[in-house]
Design a protein around this ligand. Structure first.
Ligand code: UD1
Ligand code: MG
Length: 484
């Protein structure tokens, strides 16, 4: 399958190539390649031009290092095509139109036979359902003209190519929006930008394309007129919402909304409760979400987040690349990133787990507690106002309000170890590197700079002094001075 993705996307008015813009957290080209893969494509040729290095990197990031071939074609018959190097890159260094883009991809299939069917997908239409690709291939296989394409009736005016039929109703040609007469612009059926065609026809017809049109480009869509000489390409209807091509940011937002609705419906059908699907934002690569997961309004799940059965995520949480075990409760307005949360843990409200927080089962993190690179072991608690960075907190240890691990001296980061059962009194600073031994106590308000042995009490604050009657005498003196 070919994916055309070389254009800058001038109408996006962006420094980022169009196909790298994201819908539900996944790049436009990532969506299209995912659909191609799901439809069984053993090889994908991505036709790149603008920012090809960045597109390559993003494909590697999504599909795994090595998925993008760097050294030419994968060894034929090696069986490796399905895993490593199954995405080939064809470079179209100058964007001379979609027909030219496909010309640039032909060397990648030079060894394939003429009767092979090639699927050509437009890289800017992310929501194409996998079944539509199968339908295209089947229609092409059955078509004497050896070509099929998807047509759609847009629900708002779109600058798409119009399908022109002959008096017998066969597909005669596609007229691009820029070249269309006012009468042709009224034609209801438009070209969605997805094709299946026999390689022999593709090779022959592409060679005849000319740029004698409004845009001065080689139009892939001119192949349809060639197919007419063989009896006409087959057009298959597709719902507009499934094939919308993104040309500007308005399209991008519409596609985002449609993608989000599709993702949310998928998870609700899989057993997830959403209080308000319209304000629930779940990225395309999130999942699985378990049975009886409960999501309140305004929840955002990003990246590769996974949530096990019966876990509740309350209002306003933003959760990115986090694995959460079953029956945990993430209370309102917590922010969790690149971390793991154990079963029955209770986090929030207003907790912040920064990257590499490992929160085990039955842990409680409360209001305004921040963790980073910290392992909270089973049953440990930090219920209020704490910063725990580069720390390991043992089983059932208790961290008092206002505790701070001083992990940074302006140059390096240092480790704090709090062993099982230890109790850290409120408003203590633990100056790392430091270890608080098993079951030890740290008195409230202490600044701990030396290791605390197991089972002991550490106190660093000054002894309390009570001066009896001082306040009464002070007030009397003040009152006297005022009278004078
Ligand atoms: C194209 C179709 C149009 C169809 C519409 C549907 C042509 C001539 N027109 O128009 O009939 O209704 O899609 O969305 O094909 N690209 C390249 N190299 C190029 C030019 C484009 O790789 O030289 C890529 C772009 O990156 C993009 C895709 O092809 O992913 C489509 O290009 P775009 O310029 O958006 O074409 P449309 O004007 O939308
Ligand atoms: Mg387009």
């Amino acid at each position: 399958m070919f994916v055309m993705a070389a254009g800058l996307g001038t109408r996006m008015k962006s420094d980022t190539a169009k196909v790298l813009h994201k819908v539900a957290g996944r790049t436009l080209i990532g969506w299209v390649v995912t659909a191609a893969r799901a439809a069984g494509a053993e090889r994908v040729v991505a036709i790149l031009g603008h920012q090809s290095d960045a597109v390559r990197t993003s494909l590697d990031a999504q599909f795994g290092a090595g998925s993008v071939d760097r050294g030419g074609l994968p060894p034929a018959g090696s069986g490796a095509e399905g895993r490593r190097g199954w995405i080939d890159i064809a470079i179209q260094s100058e964007q001379r139109g979609t027909g030219h883009a496909v010309q640039c991809a032909l060397p990648a299939v030079a060894k394939e036979a003429d009767d092979r069917i090639v699927v050509i997908l437009t890289g800017d239409a992310p929501l194409l359902p996998t079944e539509k690709i199968a339908e295209l291939v089947a229609a092409c296989a059955a078509s004497p003209a050896g070509m099929a394409l998807l047509s759609t009736v847009p629900d708002r005016p779109m600058p798409y190519g119009r399908l022109v039929r002959d008096p017998d109703g066969r597909l005669a040609k596609i007229v691009e929006h820029a070249d269309a007469t006012p009468a042709q612009r009224l034609l209801p059926d438009t070209n969605a930008g997805f094709y299946a065609i026999r390689l022999g026809h593709l090779r022959k017809d592409l060679a005849t394309l000319r740029a004698d049109n409004a845009k001065g480009e080689l139009y892939l869509t001119d192949l349809v007129a060639h197919a007419h000489t063989r009896g006409g390409a087959t057009a298959i209807d597709a719902a507009f919402r499934d094939v919308t091509g993104v040309n500007d940011r308005v399209d991008l937002a519409e596609v985002e909304t449609a993608a989000r609705r599709r993702i949310n419906e998928h998870w609700m059908r899989a057993g997830v409760t959403m209080i308000d699907p319209a304000s629930t934002y779940i990225d395309a690569d999130v999942g699985p979400l378990g049975k009886d997961v409960w999501l309140a309004a305004g929840v955002t799940l990003r990246g590769k987040t996974k949530i096990a059965d019966a876990t509740r995520i309350d209002t306003g949480c933003v959760i990115t690349d986090v694995q959460i075990a079953e029956t945990a409760y993430i209370k309102p307005y917590s922010i969790l990133t690149e971390s793991t949360i154990g079963a029955r843990a209770q986090i929030g409200p207003f907790s912040h787990c920064r990257p590499a927080s490992r929160i085990d089962e039955d842990v409680h993190l409360g209001n305004f507690v921040e963790t980073k690179k910290t392992h909270m072991m089973a049953g440990a608690k930090a219920n209020h106002l704490a910063y725990l960075g580069d720390a390991s907190v043992g089983h059932k240890a208790n961290i008092g309000a206002g505790t701070i691990t001083c992990n940074y001296d302006g140059v390096g980061k240092y480790q704090t170890t709090i062993e099982a059962g230890a109790f850290i009194g409120s408003d203590s600073q633990l100056v790392a590197p430091v270890t608080i031994g098993r079951d030890a106590y740290v008195g409230a308000g202490s600044t701990i700079t030396k290791d605390v042995p197991r089972g002991s009490l550490a106190l660093t604050r000054n002894k309390q002094v009570n001066v009896e009657g001082w306040a009464d005498r002070f007030r009397e003196a003040q009152a006297k001075r005022k009278k004078e």
